[in-house]
Ligand binder design. Structure first.
Ligand SMILES: Nc1nc2c(ncn2[C@@H]2O[C@H](COP(=O)(O)OP(=O)(O)O)[C@@H](O)[C@H]2O)c(=O)[nH]1
Ligand SMILES: [Mg+2]
Ligand SMILES: [Zn+2]
Length: 288
């Protein structure tokens, strides 16, 4: 009998697959798909056949919608872009870059503002939340440690595979531990196993409500590949509300640029515009 499931873990090249109703199978790769053993990823949809001993044989890896390289996860639906204004304050340029990359890769993205229990400047928080919400992003101010805002974040309906991204120290592990206490044990064990490839490749999908949260010990990166200046400009969603004189305007020194006018009028964020210009520069240096 052929069944379909999601690869939620790879250990020593043995995939663990979960069906839609939550049955788990430790799988083998056999026959024609054996050559795919190095190719299978957490997040893959696979067809498999259970064997008599409660294990299963994978017969096919279904086509992927998307592959994230770091962490290695296939078929990612969404990213949680984690950011903190405290301990230590995060880099807004990196945040905007993540948001842009998610738009270009057509991955959903929501912003988690971590460590709000440490906030001393409430105005700064309000400004951050208002800015990104006004652009259209979901923003979840929360504290994993103090248990603030966790329910609001978690009960929002989502499906598919979601990955926590953000700089080291922003609180990704704390979030996972707060949501799934058992996950902490796995993460602890892992750090004892040691370093190197094993660690960075280690990913596990954890079931939360109706979606999967990827537990990744390593840091996450989105590449600028697939980007070009027009895509980068289009990823600044707030600017889609205006029309420049030239339809292909890149909002530099073109006459009749409504984006620049909007910035002068205080309608658009000057900081985000600066990050846009930096991204264009980086793109030019890297790809030309
Ligand atoms: N006060 C406070 N500290 C936090 C919170 N979340 C994480 N931390 C602390 O911030 C540090 C980094 O957190 P961690 O989860 O390891 O960050 P990661 O590198 O993104 O996984 C640790 O010392 C955590 O205890 C929070 O909500 N409030
Ligand atoms: Mg961590
Ligand atoms: Zn323009």
């Amino acid at each position: 009998m052929t069944m379909q499931g999601t690869v939620i873990l790879l250990e020593a090249n043995r995939p663990t697959v979960t069906t839609e109703v939550g049955e788990q199978y430790l799988c083998y790769m056999r026959g024609r798909v054996k050559r795919d053993v190095g190719r299978i990823m957490v997040g893959d949809q696979v067809l498999f056949e259970p064997t008599d001993n409660g294990e299963a044989v994978i017969t096919q890896i279904l086509p992927r919608s998307l592959e994230l390289k770091r962490p290695p996860v296939a078929n990612v639906t969404g990213l949680f872009a984690c950011f903190t204004l405290n301990d230590p304050s995060g880099n807004l340029e990196l945040l905007d870059k993540r948001l842009v990359m998610a738009e270009i890769a057509a991955i959903k993205v929501e912003i988690i503002l971590t460590k709000v229990d440490l906030v001393t400047d409430l105005q700064k928080v309000d400004h951050f939340v208002e800015l990104y919400r006004s652009i259209g992003y979901s923003v979840w101010p929360l504290s994993a440690v103090a248990g603030i805002g966790m329910q609001e974040w978690l009960v929002t309906p989502r499906t598919g595979i979601w990955v926590l991204t953000g700089e080291s120290g922003v609180g990704k592990s704390a979030l996972i531990s707060a949501v799934i206490p058992e996950a902490r044990i796995a993460t602890g064990e892992l750090s004892r196993i040691g370093r190197g490839q094993q660690t960075t490749r280690w990913v596990k999908l954890l079931p939360i409500q109706k979606f999967w949260l990827a537990d990744t010990p390593g840091y996450t990166a989105l590449e600028l590949s697939g980007a070009d200046p027009h895509r980068i400009a289009a990823a600044f969603l707030e600017w889609s509300t205006v029309q420049c004189r030239f339809p292909n305007c890149l909002h530099g020194n073109e006459p009749g640029c409504q984006v620049k006018e909007g910035i002068e009028l205080g309608r658009f964020s000057q900081t985000r515009y600066r990050h846009y210009r930096l991204m264009l520069e980086q793109w030019t240096r890297r790809w030309n």
